[in-house]
Write a protein that binds this ligand. Structure first.
Ligand code: IDP
Ligand code: MG
Length: 141
């Protein structure tokens, strides 16, 4: 189970036309896509998904933004998936993100930063389960 992580291609990236290029980065980085869906989160879903940030100053802005348009949710597999995906996406603030990372190349601000990545194995499993049933995850290539 430690080899899975959860990703979101956020509404800013979809709106800005980067969906295809970000999926390509996922494939180039040799993640196996176990599941992917294009959805529009309700405000309630966004509030539930980001419940860990409830009470923080950016919570309102974050949940409004995450429910503002289409996004793609993905379950990804790779060795050390959580750390590998966080390395691929770069720092939360694109201004601090390393060259070649997704946030450096496709994000424009701290709030609207193109992608999400889980921060631990237990959170990855919980986040995958928030959007996918196990039967929707396809392990075979
Ligand atoms: P992460 O996405 O890199 O794990 P977190 O600290 O978990 O970063 O924050 C979750 C999301 O909340 C960020 O990706 C970003 O969209 C948003 N966010 C975090 N800090 C701020 C802030 O100070 N202002 C506005 N939005 C923020
Ligand atoms: Mg986080």
């Amino acid at each position: 189970m430690s080899n899975r992580t959860f990703a979101i291609i956020k509404p800013d990236a979809v709106r800005n036309g980067y969906l295809g290029q970000i999926i390509d980065r996922i494939i180039q980085a040799e993640f196996v896509i176990l599941g992917a869906k294009l959805i529009r989160m309700t405000r309630e879903q966004a509030e539930g998904f980001y419940a860990i940030h409830r009470g923080k100053p950016f919570y309102e802005e974050l949940t409004r933004f995450m429910s503002s348009g289409k996004c793609m949710v993905l379950a990804l597999e790779k060795e050390n998936a959580v750390a590998a995906w966080r390395k691929t996406i770069g720092a939360t603030n694109p201004a601090d993100a390393a060259p070649g990372t997704i946030r450096k190349d496709f994000a424009s601000s701290l709030g609207e930063n193109a992608v999400h990545g889980s921060d631990s194995d237990p959170n990855a499993e919980q986040e995958i389960a928030f959007f996918f049933s196990e039967s929707e995850l396809i392990a075979a290539k």
